[in-house]
Design a protein around this ligand. Structure first.
Ligand code: ZN
Length: 105
């Protein structure tokens, strides 16, 4: 019997968090005026705050109107609370026992 490995898909719950987190990290000038911003509409994403969504369901924020560095840090912190997310999004960024080559010297 062949087991068909299910492709990884980000659950609704995690996507909801991602969207909320993206909205919280919108740069001040693109925030609505009633939220202390200048109400500028981003030409890149037309105010959706989303650049694209991957096949895994990972939502990439618009880099023009969202502080994506902050968003990424927040996302990493969030991932730490879920083993499946650690596996998927944090582990592959940690070099495993591979010696780091020094460039220059
Ligand atoms: Zn944008």
């Amino acid at each position: 019997m062949d087991e068909d490995p299910k492709p990884f898909r980000l659950s609704k719950e995690h996507q909801t968090f991602a969207l909320k987190m993206i909205n919280e990290n919108v740069l001040p000038r693109y925030r609505p005026k009633n939220n202390g911003g200048r109400g500028k509409v981003c030409n890149w994403c037309q105010g959706t705050r989303i650049d694209h969504t991957t096949e895994e369901g990972l939502i990439h924020p618009c880099e023009r109107c969202v502080d994506h560095h902050k968003a990424r840090e927040t996302w990493k912190e969030y991932c730490k609370g879920f083993p499946e997310l650690v596996e998927r999004f944090l582990k592959k960024q940690i070099p495993l026992s591979k010696p780091v080559k020094q460039v220059g010297t």
